[in-house]
Design a binder for this molecule. Structure first.
Ligand SMILES: NC(=O)c1ccc[n+]([C@@H]2O[C@H](COP(=O)([O-])OP(=O)(O)OC[C@H]3O[C@@H](n4cnc5c(N)ncnc54)[C@H](OP(=O)(O)O)[C@@H]3O)[C@@H](O)[C@H]2O)c1
Length: 414
């Protein structure tokens, strides 16, 4: 292990003159990956970029390697490996290139790595995120799908390895900040739900919050990816538009904070200034606020339990006219109702929910499925695929594969 640890930072206060935190970014070419690099760029005395990774965007990974000079880079698409290796060499880089899942597992669990940013999108992120958890890393979890798919296994691995799991989703990061910190630093099981009335999971409502339901069938991928407040990758943008993202987040929150779904209320807050809240039994409500900019939760989790500059501008309170709130419209966004049912189900439902959604979102982006049918594919898959009780990663992958096959054939038949 390298010399870095949070205790060291906490005791010494100043970052200079001590070992830097060694960071591996799984999915460095994505929206979260690039925001992470933006925060790291402001703190070269605290952090060292040890490893980066991409799926297919070898040109961007090359650019990042030449800028950051990591020890390792991983490209998932093996057909691009020889081009990338040659380009690295030509650029005078000493970065060692690894390929595919084995490469991702290797950087996620490398003994020289202190912090792993899990920012691969979708189920493709599960194995490497779990590898980081099993290796006891400080894991910054953006890849919510891995927790939705493998919640019980994942949280058991966190406990067994004593990994530090910090949420990057702005809502979960906000909830984390609003919960009693002294208890959380020990473990989520220490949260005393006798003191907590509810967790208010906020969401902007996405680009179609006010669009009449009879126009949903004409929604295009470009419209769905144009989020009013956040700039994100295409999959999460579509999930936000269908509010499937809020459903995934509801399930994610149950695992992260070890709570019953009934504790969590979804609340639409179109301005995305409050990122979530916790209401206590004495009537106090603690909210976390800030600009809708992912550099804030990323900086928070990187430095936790300290604080570092994220580069995000202050809120201008004088320009803020109103913060508004409303209940989600479950008729137009049934994904939240479905997710709540899934969150109450301890079988394979959450794996099916996630896999069918991934297939349906990709089909929508490929113009093979209408926006309205995304939720129909998910609901139908949940109804038709027999439930099971997966207890290992192999079982989880089997259910995931079966759900993908079913959802794909359903889309073909529509
Ligand atoms: N963006 C946000 O503001 C935000 C907020 C909260 C949570 N999240 C979560 O963070 C995760 C990442 O989101 P994002 O918006 O950053 O996504 P994104 O922009 O699409 O980036 C995804 C990253 O994962 C890589 N990747 C994709 N498929 C892969 C595969 N099969 N194997 C290995 N790597 C793969 C991509 O590589 P290429 O570039 O080569 O394709 C890219 O580096 C998601 O789980 C999302 O729900 C995102």
């Amino acid at each position: 292990m390298s010399q870095f640890n949070d205790q060291h930072l906490a005791v010494n206060g100043q970052a200079s003159g001590m070992a830097r935190g060694s960071v591996a970014i799984l999915g460095s070419t994505g929206s979260i990956g690039q925001s992470t690099l933006a925060v790291l760029a402001a703190h070269p005395d605290r952090y060292h970029v040890y490893a980066l990774s991409a799926n297919t965007r070898a040109d961007l990974l090359l650019e990042q390697c030449l800028t950051w000079r990591p020890n390792f880079a991983v490209i998932n698409d093996s057909t691009q490996a020889s081009w990338l290796a040659a380009a690295l060499k030509e650029g005078g880089s000493s970065t060692e290139l690894l390929v595919g899942d084995e490469g991702l597992d290797a950087i996620a669990s490398d003994s020289n790595v202190d912090i792993v940013m899990a920012a691969i999108v979708g189920s493709a992120g599960l194995q490497s995120t779990l590898a980081a958890v099993c290796a006891g890393k400080k894991v910054l979890l953006a890849n919510k799908e891995s927790l939705v798919m493998a919640g019980p296994l994942f949280m058991a691995a966190v406990k067994a390895s004593q990994a530090t799991l910090l949420p990057i989703d702005s809502e979960h990061n906000a909830i984390f900040q609003c919960l009693p910190q002294s208890k959380f630093s020990e473990s989520p099981e220490q949260i005393n739900y006798d003191e907590i009335k509810k967790i208010l999971l906020t969401g902007s409502g996405g680009p179609f919050r006010t669009l009449p339901l009879d126009q949903f069938s004409q929604i295009t991928p470009e419209q769905a990816c144009r989020h009013p407040n956040w700039s994100m990758g295409r999959k999460i943008s579509v999930d936000s538009a269908s509010m499937m993202n809020k459903g995934l987040e509801l399930i994610e929150a149950c695992y992260l904070f070890d709570c019953n779904p009934s504790v969590i209320e979804v609340l639409v807050h179109p301005q995305s200034i409050i990122h979530s809240m916790v209401e206590y039994v004495d009537g106090s409500v603690i909210a976390q606020m800030g600009q809708p900019d992912m550099r804030t939760p990323i900086a928070h989790a990187l430095a936790w339990p300290q604080r570092i500059d994220s580069g995000v501008q202050s809120l201008d309170w004088r320009q803020m006219n109103a913060l508004s709130f409303e209940a989600p419209d479950l008729e137009r966004f049934p994904s939240i109702r479905i997710a709540r049912e899934v969150a109450n189900d301890t079988t394979s439902a959450s794996i099916i929910f996630n896999a069918a959604n991934e297939i349906a979102v990709q089909a929508f982006l490929d113009i093979k499925l209408s926006f309205l049918n995304i939720t129909c594919v998910v609901e139908e898959s949940l109804l038709k695929i027999p439930s099971s009780e997966p207890s290992s990663l192999i079982d989880i992958k089997e259910v995931d594969a079966e759900a993908r096959r079913y959802a794909a054939s359903l889309i073909d038949s529509l």
